[in-house]
Design a protein around this ligand. Structure first.
Ligand SMILES: Nc1nc2c(c(=O)[nH]1)N[C@H]1C(S)=C(S)[C@@H](COP(=O)(O)OP(=O)(O)OC[C@H]3O[C@@H](n4cnc5c(=O)[nH]c(N)nc54)[C@H](O)[C@@H]3O)O[C@H]1N2
Ligand SMILES: Nc1nc2c(c(=O)[nH]1)N[C@H]1C(S)=C(S)[C@@H](COP(=O)(O)OP(=O)(O)OC[C@H]3O[C@@H](n4cnc5c(=O)[nH]c(N)nc54)[C@H](O)[C@@H]3O)O[C@H]1N2
Ligand SMILES: [Mo]
Length: 747
């Protein structure tokens, strides 16, 4: 790689373009491991274990980022030669300490564990947990590996925690799920953008430039119980911040829709020509007039009316977009809430219009492609259903196997994790690209499940908190050390380029799965060459909703924009709904939805609503970003955002340690007093492990349609901490307060 590799960032779905060139200090150097090499920035002391930065990162022009990167992107190369990197297979001894073993030994151990487990407990006793950060090639191969090499139905992935509610709602309404059904640059000319529970200013900083037009027009409307960095952009005439009680977005959206219908703002000719289900939706809105919605959500009726009017006005001139994020989707009613957002957009005639639209902002690097090619429990490549006989026949043919060899649907992620170690559950688990000890709901229970397994294999490049629990850790290549493709938040397929030789001892996951498939005598070919895998993926996806058959590496390398569906002979599909929706009749389906629960505004006792989310500096479970000194230096620990009045009532001062407690566990962290949260709400980021782990408190209760857990609203009690350490175990909560936050509405 003498002149640098044009590639994309390892982190989120914006997939900012970057160029990697050998760093001056490390040019031509063999993979470095010395800890005394220069840190990335002289201003921030290096963490113990941080090695030389082998590549320099520069932003590259691309529609999503236009050359910009965020702090995580700028520092991403610093992990490539981190001394904490796992560079040999590591087996846990009886003393609980991991010791290096050879790859041959490791592969033999895995093969034996799979065979023993399956002989004793059946094929489904082996499970796989994948990730939305895997390339398309890896995600595709993982799905095939589970079904054909492991012969198990038990595969799911962390995208269930991320995009599943938005995906379920999109599939139901439009017949297809592509996060943004239009290029991100379409947003630039919008005069109104409604951001539902998304904090792009921290989660996709370069995206903010696409909100500038709406902000300049005073039309940025942000719905967040917190005055997030994105909500703050609505100040100085930029727009409106709606600050509902956490978990009440569905009611809020019904209120806005009510105004649209009752003030005659709906686009009736669009509705007639392009949708069905309108009458039932109108009926379902009757009970949600603005004043009632104000009493449920705390959002003033005047602002509900104003939002509806602005959206309608934007739709007539300039353009209106509705975008949703995890804040509204990661709830037990996430699918219905996303559906309410879609219904609102259909009432206004936005989807498929040239200047307006609806979309959801996909999170992980390959959160889009990762949900299309078979790591989902109920799915085959090309966004096909595993229960569809035609889909099974097509995939069986591509794989060269008898259809009966492909198992049926497995269990969604939360159920899969609940089954760990249980009779009839999974007893041997493979983890590829997730750190569930930190990121899964009710993580105390998940950790117990992992510890009760007969065999846990974790593929990672670091000793993540989940890898620490593993019997065997298999070291894999990082993003800049392998070739592949990803599909960004616009449904655009892009190339990830290799810029560096991996450290000796590290293997690609394609290599690993190919070797294991061979040892397990899988009845199909598994290639370890990414382009060969992509060629197979093209065939497998052909004719499916997410059809990649017309895309190849050469055109991606030329920088051609490839938006799926891209059947052979087509030009791809930048604007997915330009010619109608994916249901057989071409219409979008409006599904009536109503809140089935009432998120309590103020509890009878002194409990609070805990909302969780992200900080700019850290990515997900923090497995990567907590190892970057500049990022950890700026956000070294979890802080509980709490309103000054709420804190004062508990004797908590800024910087004090506080305990956050409920039936499931306890978190101990510092409090940060801030007017940015409502007095009835506290906020915790979920990037930190151990006693700061927010997921000790979240509940593994799920959306009945999508399987999405309730990450965003938990009921908690906050106290000033007596000491600065706590136990991980669940603790007793005040008597009579065992009521779950999501008790069904009494009425
Ligand atoms: N820095 C950083 N960037 C990331 C990631 C990361 O971990 N760190 N992860 C990537 C991934 S995988 C994802 S999915 C995206 C997520 O991107 P976002 O959806 O922007 O992220 P979150 O911070 O989880 O949630 C957004 C907002 O939802 C608000 N919220 C909480 N509860 C509610 C509620 O009940 N209603 C409403 N309306 N809002 C609520 C929170 O206050 C928060 O500001 O970010 C991607 N980018
Ligand atoms: N409370 C709360 N919990 C949440 C959320 C929330 O908002 N609140 N958000 C949820 C969401 S949206 C998401 S997406 C999840 C994400 O949560 P996780 O699934 O835990 O995501 P990461 O921290 O990115 O974990 C990825 C792990 O895989 C490794 N890795 C990265 N790339 C690869 C690869 O290519 N191959 C392999 N084998 N390993 C790799 C990394 O080192 C890391 O250890 O968290 C969810 N959890
Ligand atoms: Mo996510």
């Amino acid at each position: 790689m003498p002149n640098g590799a044009d590639t994309h960032c390892p982190y989120c779905a914006l997939q900012c373009a970057m160029t990697l060139t050998p760093a001056a200090s490390a040019a031509g150097a063999a993979p470095a491991t010395s800890s005394d090499a220069a840190p990335a920035s002289p201003a921030t002391p290096a963490l113990p274990g941080e090695g030389a930065v082998p590549l320099e990162v520069s932003g590259r022009d691309f529609p999503t980022n236009r050359g910009g990167l965020c702090r995580k992107g700028w520092t991403s190369a610093s992990l490539l030669r981190h001394n904490g990197r796992v560079t040999e297979p590591m087996l846990k001894g009886s003393d609980g300490v991991h010791q290096p073993i050879s790859w041959d030994q490791a592969l033999m151990l895995v093969t034996a564990a799979v065979k023993d487990t399956q002989k004793q407990f059946g094929n489904d006793a082996v499970g796989v947990f994948g990730g939305g950060g895997l390339t398309n090639e890896k995600a595709y191969t993982l799905g095939k590996f589970a079904r054909l090499a492991l012969r198990t139905s038990r595969i799911d992935y962390n995208g269930r925690f991320c995009m599943s509610s938005a995906a379920a709602a999109g599939n139901r309404a439009f017949g297809v799920d592509r996060g943004l059904p239009f290029p991100v640059t379409d947003l630039d000319s919008a005069s109104v953008i409604l951001m539902l529970g998304s904090n792009v200013a921290e989660t996709m900083p370069p995206f903010v430039q696409h909100l500038q037009g709406a902000r300049d027009a005073g039309g940025l409307i942000v719905v967040d119980p917190r005055r997030s960095a994105t909500a703050a952009f609505t100040g100085d005439g930029g727009g409106i911040h709606l600050q509902p009680t956490p978990g009440t977005d569905l009611a809020l959206l019904l209120g806005i829709s009510h105004v649209v219908v009752h003030e005659g703002l709906a686009d009736t000719s669009y509705i007639e020509a392009n949708t069905k289900g309108y009458a039932a939706v109108v009926r379902s809105l009757n009970a949600f007039w603005p004043e009632r919605v104000q009493s449920i959500t705390g959002v003033p009726a005047t602002l509900i009316r104003e939002t509806a009017r602005r959206l309608a006005q934007g739709a007539r001139s300039g353009g209106s977009y509705i975008l949703s994020g995890r804040g509204v989707e990661q709830h037990v009613d996430g699918t219905d809430t996303a559906t309410a957002a879609i219904n609102l957009s259909l009432l206004l005639g936005l989807p498929g219009s040239a200047r307006s639209g609806y979309g959801t902002l996909t999170g992980q690097g390959n959160g889009q492609g990762g949900r299309e090619h078979g790591q989902k429990a109920d799915q085959l490549p090309g966004y096909r259903k595993i229960t569809d006989p035609a889909a099974r026949a097509h995939i069986a043919k591509v794989w060269g196997v008898d259809e009966s060899l492909i198992p049926g649907a497995g269990l969604p992620a939360v159920e899969l994790l609940k089954s760990l170690g249980k009779p009839d559950g999974v007893r041997c688990l493979f983890v590829h690209g997730a750190n569930v000890v930190v990121s899964a709901p009710d993580t105390n229970a998940v950790t117990q499940g992992l510890r009760s397994l007969d065999f846990l294999v974790v593929c990672d490049f670091f000793m993540s908190e989940t890898a620490v629990e593993a019997d065997l850790v298999l070291p894999v290549t990082q993003w800049a050390e392998e070739e592949g493709t990803l599909t960004n938040l616009e449904g655009r397929v892009i190339r990830r380029r290799k810029a560096l030789t991996p450290p000796p001892g590290v293997r690609t996951e394609l290599w690993l799965m190919a070797r294991l498939a061979e040892m397990l005598e899988a009845p199909s070919m598994f290639s370890d060459d990414p382009e060969t895998v992509f060629e197979e993926l093209r065939l497998a996806s052909a004719g499916g909703l997410a059809d990649y058959s017309g895309i190849d590496y050469a055109m991606l390398d030329r920088g051609e924009a490839a938006y799926w569906p891209y059947p052979v002979g087509s030009q791809g599909t930048p604007r997915l709904f330009a010619d109608g929706f994916a249901h057989a009749d071409g219409r979008a389906l409006m599904v009536p939805v109503t809140p089935s629960k009432r998120a309590v505004r103020s509890f009878a006792d002194d409990s609070l609503a805990l909302a969780t989310g992200r900080l700019l500096e850290h990515y997900q479970s923090g497995a990567q970003t907590r190892r970057v000194s500049e990022l950890l230096g700026s956000q070294p620990q979890a802080k509980l955002l709490i309103h000054p009045g709420t804190a004062a009532a508990r004797g908590i001062a800024d910087g004090d340690y506080a305990t956050v407690t409920n039936q499931r566990g306890e978190v101990l962290c510092r409090a940060e007093l801030s007017n940015s949260v409502r007095p009835d709400t506290v906020f915790l980021p979920f990037h930190f492990p151990g006693q700061e782990n927010a997921n000790r408190l979240t509940e593994a209760v799920t959306d009945p349609i999508s399987g999405m857990p309730e990450f965003k609203t938990s009921r908690v009690w906050v106290r000033r901490a007596a000491s600065t350490t706590v136990s991980a175990a669940p603790v007793a909560v005040p008597a009579g307060s065992g009521l779950p936050l999501h008790a069904k509405e009494a009425s």
